[in-house]
Ligand binder design. Structure first.
Ligand SMILES: CC(C)(COP(=O)(O)OP(=O)(O)OC[C@H]1O[C@@H](n2cnc3c(N)ncnc32)[C@H](O)[C@@H]1OP(=O)(O)O)[C@@H](O)C(=O)NCCC(=O)NCCS
Length: 170
């Protein structure tokens, strides 16, 4: 059966929806806070970033950002190897949480990352305190690398290698 989830490019027209999602209580406590400057950033398409809307049966429910952390302008990830990707993924619509859609969004985001044969691994940086999120990422195949202070947050860096991704996709 084809997936009900599709990823498409985010555009400036999505800014009001993204701003509304940011106000949702479950995202206010998720570490996704801070100003994403949607109106400025969505129309900008730097080569090191993809900003995507996840749709469920054509209805926007979440957001995915994929960056090349070695090239990203703010150097949020500090000194990192080349040939990595870093992913942010979240569901904005509260009634869509905990129904398996996040897993489907993650599978498609990972397929995009690894579609580039040079990409060796994907990183994520959930808050260190978010045990449920860690469990979600472990199910997707990520393994903890260690705690790290990123921006203003205590995070747990987790990593999924291409080999582990291929093994889990079999
Ligand atoms: C993390 C997230 C993408 C997972 O997608 P999902 O569709 O809800 O997840 P699935 O239905 O595939 O799997 C359920 C798992 O999602 C996670 N989850 C569900 N609701 C959640 C919530 N409100 N906050 C954080 N994680 C949640 C849990 O790990 C849950 O597994 P568990 O019941 O064993 O604890 C989604 O819950 C989300 O966007 N949450 C808000 C953002 C967030 O808190 N991100 C973590 C930042 S550190």
């Amino acid at each position: 059966m084809p997936s009900r989830i599709k990823l498409r490019d985010a555009t400036l027209a999505d800014a009001p929806l993204l701003r509304a999602w940011e106000q949702q209580p479950h995202l206010q406590v998720s570490g996704i806070d801070g100003d994403w400057e949607w109106e400025t950033e969505l129309p900008r398409k730097p080569s090191w970033r993809e900003q995507l809307i996840a749709e469920l049966d054509g209805r926007p429910i979440g957001f995915v950002q994929i960056i090349d952390p070695a090239v990203e302008e703010s150097h949020y990830w500090g000194a990192v190897e080349a040939d990595l990707r870093a992913v942010d993924i979240w569901i904005g619509e509260p009634e869509c949480l905990g129904r398996g859609h996040g897993g489907a969004i993650m599978r498609q985001a990972l397929a995009r990352c690894f579609a580039d044969p040079a990409v060796a691994a994907v990183l994520i940086d959930p808050l260190a305190s978010k045990r449920r999120a860690h469990r979600f990422y472990r199910r997707a195949g990520f393994v903890p690398v260690g705690p790290r202070r990123l921006g203003n947050d205590d995070c747990l860096v987790m990593r999924l290698s291409r080999e582990d991704w291929q093994a889990s996709a079999r």
